[in-house]
Every structure is written in structure tokens, then in C-alpha cells.
Design a protein around this ligand. Structure first.
Ligand code: O2Y
Ligand code: MN
Length: 597
């Protein structure tokens, strides 16, 4: 393909303009074919970025090792540029657009010297879907091309669908120009000088310096959440950091549920859950992002804008997520995992036994006696969604799937019950706005510290968090009786001795069953100030060996514990800023009043 493959004048001019700015050695228009992917992967093997895995054990798969300074998303280097600072609010990094553009133009000048510039037309959502949107990423990273091919739909069919329509320009450079004769490194980047910049008013995305994950695969967090959330607010739909799953009852009734969880709460595991209760089946539509629109029948329909999974590898196993293990069995990319002597990958908790000898993610020899972990805690797999054995038959339906419920959750060792239902949409929005999770060792900072993360969108909302919560209130008014029911779950409650009270994983299907039965008017609940909590009898605990006292503790609501959180919630709301909707503040006041009884 080349620029003659399209009549889209905006695209042709933009590619020319970027080439003049970044001065690459050549330009490659990605057609998205398997041959192209294979040659790109070979190029990465030759450059030392990829290690080809043993094809008998992990066909058509590769291990990439990144620079140690480029292993995760960088929130402090992520910026939103708008004319008015008030539009992004106090929870985003705002920068004045023109100054930032000048800075970026400086950084991008000659940034692709000696490298190939790839042009990737991509669709977020099934090509041609009314809800899907097209972007074009220009990048100088073949690693990004390979990952984008798995995570989105790319190439000729997208360019054709685009025609002469508008698209989102997404410009990415690793920021490592190559002078003639200069030897390349295995993971070129500009680790000390990263900029992940969003211009929601244009809109456009500029990302410089990092080749990793959400910093560089610009369809994911940058487009599908930060930019799309602003589009959704303006156009009356929702772009959410949510998994989408389908539950089928023994009577064959299908219920679609969206779930928002902060990181390290097992979101991907829930998206691919293997129910333990007889007769119930679960299917996956997506594990990370949902785009949802109200359709003519009044209901809210969701699509998964992605086509793959960019999952955290450590902790993923046959026990925690057998479906993910099948999805990543072939045609996958692994980033910063360990390597076994047999040419396959390994990470912590993948198997019960730790292999006696490995190469760690730095490519150094590693044994169980070595200091540190063999894989990076943020090591990732990139796997095609189509390889997950429980993909929902409708997962690529361009119309989306009808949503009946939303689940919010967090990791809380106390206070928050296993599951409860909001009494109405507004109380649900309030619960979403106070979502919180205790930090784990996987995140930087103190372990066990409570972090509020409204709707799990704090790092991903492209505009003012208060306006975002207002948008939720407004969507409830629009949806009326068709609004999904809202639930809150906590798989992580502990007893006084610090032991988990709930087994989690597949057993979470018992909670999903209660949610489906609430929607169908079949499960009982008791009214409490925080919402509707299951009665002991309404939870299906058949075959589960848990003492009744533990179940009582799991669903206990203690007014004194919740009252202790109120000042901290008020404090958090004050950091969100003055745009918080009055209805949400009123919910907090009424919760406090009813807790005081
Ligand atoms: O770029 C990264 O380090 C990954 S962040 C990520 C990747 C997949 C799904 N969700 C997330 C997240 O941070 O929510
Ligand atoms: Mn995510």
C-alpha cells in the first residue's frame, strides 16, 4: 500500500506533513496482512527486540524485552491540552495547547531519522459499526505495529471503510533517531523525556519517547478512553473503562453486564470467568473498555472497541484464568516476561512450581534463589480476542449487546460487603464516584493504602471528573427505566486474622447469579443505608464449604465503619473540584444521615 491507496486528502496531507517533520528513511502503509506481520516480527527478531518462542510450544509468538525505563504507562507524563484549564479539572495534567505543540514539534523534528515511518489505519470497534471509530496511527515502532494488529482492526479494509471521512490522527515516535552508521539498541526510546499528549478539542493524540503499552498503542487508553470520553460526553453516549460479559442462566436467559474495577482487582479474570455453579454459562465480550449508546428501543448497547487483550501476565494461570491461558497459547506477544530454557515464556504464579532455571526479563540468568522476580510485575501478553474460548457469539456484532447491569468494585479488606445493589441510578452513580481500592505490591507506593478511583476512570477521563459524573447523572435521566441496574462487589474482604473470606475466581459466579436474579425479581435483599444487600438465603452457596459466620461477615454492613469513611469521601470530593453534581453530594449527605439513623 501507499498514499495512492486512498483518496482521503486529509490523510495524504497529514502523512506528508509528518514525514516532513520527522524525516524518516522511508514510509510503510500497513495493509494488516499476515505476511506484513510476519516480516515485521522478523525485523524485530533481527533487531534483538523480539525473541521467537519455541514454535512447538507457543506457535507464532514472541517475547519482547523493553528498556528498564519503559515498562508501564506514565500518568505524570500524560497531558490533556484544552483552551480552558477548567475543562480538564484538577485530576488531569492540563497544559496550554500552543506551548505544548511548540515543544512537541521540537521533539518530533527529525525524530524518525534512519527509521521507517509506519502508517496504521485502525478501527476501534468492528469495521463499519455505527459505534466504531477510525484512527490512523503514525509510528516509527514495528513493535507498535505488531501489537496494534492484535489489539485493533488495521489495514486495507479500514482504509476502505474510512473513504474520505474524518479520522483521529495519532502520532507516535519512540524518540530515538538513528544517525548513519549508528548501531541500534534492542528497545530504542527516550525514557527520560516522555510525553503522552491529548488534544480533545481538535481532536488528536501526540505521543513521544515511550514504546510501551498504553503510551504507544494509541487506540487503547488514549483514543478509546481519554479522547472517546470527551466525544461521548459531547454526543450523548458512554466510553467506559469496563469489561463486558454475558451470563446465561440454566433457563437460557442471557444477561449482559459491564464491570468497572481499578487495576489489580482481577478485571480480566472476571471478564473470562468460568462459573462453578451448575447450568450457568459465562461469555466474554471485552475485558477493558466499553463504548455504549442508547438505541431506538431505548436500551443501552455496548461494543468492545478492541480486538485483543493486553493483559497483566504475572498471576495469570490455569487456576486464575484458564480462558486467558488458552487465548495466549499462540499468535501472541509477551513483553517483559521470563524465558524458559525450552524457549517458552514463564511468569510468577503461572505454574505451581517455579522452573529451576530461567532468563529473567532483563535476559539475565535467574534461579529461585535469585534476588527479585523473574518477570516484571507489569509484564504483559498481547493476545487476539478471537482465541479466547469463551468469546460471546455477539462480541463482534456491530450493533453491540444490550446492557442490563453495571458492577463497580474495588479491593477492600474490610467495610464493603461481598455484593450490594444501589436502590436507584443516582445512588449507583454515587457508588461509582466513591469507588476505591487498596493498593497492592504491583503499584508504586505504600501497600494497603486506600485510593479513590471514580468509575476506574481517574487516569482515563479526558475531561473534568465532575463533568464526567454529571454525564452519568444525565445518561440515567435519558435511559429512564431502561437504565442498567447498578451493583457494587468486593471479592477481597478479610476476617479479623487477615484471611480472605471469599474464594473468588469461578466462585464469583454465585454473586453474578444473585445479580441476574435481582434483575429478574427472583432474589431477596435487605434494605441498608448503603443499598440492597443479599439475605443469607438468597445467595447460592451450594457445594461451597464456607461457615455461615463467614458469610454473615461477608455481607455485614456496619454503620460505624461507613461513618468513618464519610469525612475522607468529603475530602476526596473536594479534590475532584467544584463541578461535582449536586445530586451526588446529596447522596452523600443522605447516606450520612441514614447511617446516623
Ligand atoms: O501500559 C500499561 O502498562 C498497561 S495499562 C492497562 C493495560 C491493559 C488494560 N488496562 C490497563 C490499565 O491500566 O487499566
Ligand atoms: Mn484497563
Amino acid at each position: 500500500m501507499n498514499d495512492a491507496s486512498t483518496k482521503n486528502q486529509k490523510l495524504v496531507s497529514w502523512v506528508k506533513e509528518v514525514a516532513e517533520l520527522c524525516t524518516p528513511a522511508d514510509i510503510h502503509w500497513c495493509d494488516g496482512s499476515q505476511e506484513e506481520y510476519d516480516s515485521m516480527a522478523q525485523r524485530l527478531v533481527d533487531a534483538g527486540t523480539f525473541v521467537r518462542l519455541n514454535p512447538d510450544l507457543r506457535p507464532n509468538s514472541y517475547l519482547a524485552r523493553s528498556d528498564t525505563g519503559d515498562v508501564a504507562r506514565v500518568e505524570d507524563r500524560t497531558f490533556i491540552c484544552t483552551t480552558n484549564e477548567d475543562d480538564v479539572g484538577p485530576t488531569n495534567n492540563w497544559t496550554e495547547p500552543e506551548g505544548m505543540r511548540k515543544k512537541l514539534k521540537g521533539l518530533f523534528t527529525g525524530s524518525m531519522k534512519g527509521r521507517t515511518m509506519f502508517v496504521i489505519p485502525f478501527s476501534m470497534g468492528p469495521v463499519g459499526s455505527e459505534t466504531a471509530k477510525i484512527g490512523v496511527e503514525i509510528t516509527d515502532s514495528p513493535y507498535v505495529v505488531c501489537n496494534m494488529r492484535i489489539m485493533t482492526r488495521i489495514g486495507s479494509e479500514v482504509l476502505e471503510a474510512l473513504g474520505e471521512d474524518d479520522f483521529l490522527p495519532c502520532l507516535h515516535s519512540i524518540g530515538a533517531p538513528l544517525e548513519p552508521g549508528q548501531e541500534d539498541v534492542f528497545w530504542p526510546c527516550d525514557a527520560e523525556n516522555k510525553y503522552i499528549v491529548h488534544y480533545p478539542e481538535e481532536p488528536s493524540i501526540w505521543s513521544y519517547g515511550s514504546g510501551y503499552g498504553g503510551n504507544a498503542l494509541l487506540g487503547k487508553k488514549c483514543f478509546a478512553l481519554r479522547i472517546a470520553s470527551t466525544m461521548a460526553r459531547n454526543e450523548g453516549w458512554m466510553a467506559e473503562h469496563m469489561l463486558i460479559l454475558g451470563l446465561t442462566s440454566p433457563e437460557k436467559k442471557k444477561t449482559y453486564i459491564g464491570g468497572a474495577f481499578p487495576s489489580a482487582c482481577g478485571k480480566t479474570n472476571l471478564a473470562m470467568i468460568q462459573p462453578t455453579i451448575p447450568g450457568w454459562e459465562a461469555t466474554c465480550v471485552g475485558d477493558d473498555i466499553a463504548w455504549m449508546r442508547q438505541k431506538a428501543d431505548g436500551k443501552l448497547y455496548a461494543i468492545n472497541p478492541e480486538a485483543g487483550f493486553f493483559g497483566v501476565a504475572p498471576g495469570t494461570s490455569e487456576h486464575s484464568n484458564g480462558n486467558a491461558m488458552t487465548a495466549l497459547a499462540k499468535n501472541s506477544i509477551f513483553t517483559n516476561t521470563a524465558l524458559k530454557p525450552n524457549g517458552d515464556i514463564w511468569w510468577e504464579e503461572m505454574t505451581e512450581e517455579t522452573p529451576p532455571e530461567l532468563e529473567d526479563w532483563h535476559a539475565d540468568k535467574w534461579t529461585p534463589a535469585s534476588e527479585g522476580k523473574a518477570s516484571n510485575p507489569n509484564a504483559r501478553y498481547t493476545a487476539p480476542a478471537s482465541q479466547c474460548p469463551v468469546m460471546d457469539p455477539e462480541w463482534e456484532n456491530p450493533e453491540g449487546v444490550p446492557m442490563s447491569a453495571f458492577i463497580f468494585g474495588g479491593r477492600r479488606s474490610n467495610v464493603v460487603p461481598l455484593v450490594f445493589e444501589a436502590k436507584n441510578w443516582l445512588q449507583g452513580v454515587f457508588l461509582g464516584s466513591i469507588m476505591a481500592s487498596e493498593t497492592t505490591a504491583a503499584a508504586a507506593g505504600a501497600v494497603g493504602k486506600l485510593r479513590r478511583d471514580p468509575f476506574a476512570m481517574l487516569p482515563f477521563c479526558g475531561y473534568h471528573m465532575g463533568d464526567y459524573i454529571k454525564h452519568w447523572v444525565g445518561m440515567g435521566e435519558k435511559l429512564g427505566d431502561n437504565a442498567p441496574r447498578i451493583f457494587y462487589v468486593n471479592w477481597f474482604r478479610k476476617d479479623a486474622d487477615g484471611n480472605w473470606l471469599w474464594p473468588g475466581f469461578g466462585e464469583n459466579s454465585r454473586v453474578l447469579k444473585w445479580i441476574c436474579e435481582r434483575i429478574d425479581g427472583k432474589a431477596d435483599a435487605q434494605d441498608t443505608p448503603i443499598g440492597l444487600v443479599p439475605t443469607l438465603e438468597s445467595l447460592d452457596l451450594n457445594g461451597l464449604d464456607i461457615p455461615e459466620s463467614d458469610v454473615s461477615e461477608l455481607i455485614a454492613v456496619r454503620a460505624e465503619d461507613w461513618l468513618q469513611e464519610i469525612p475522607e469521601i468529603r475530602e476526596f470530593f473536594s479534590t475532584v473540584g467544584n463541578q461535582l453534581p449536586s445530586q451526588v453530594l446529596a447522596e452523600l449527605d443522605s447516606l450520612e444521615a441514614s447511617l446516623k439513623g
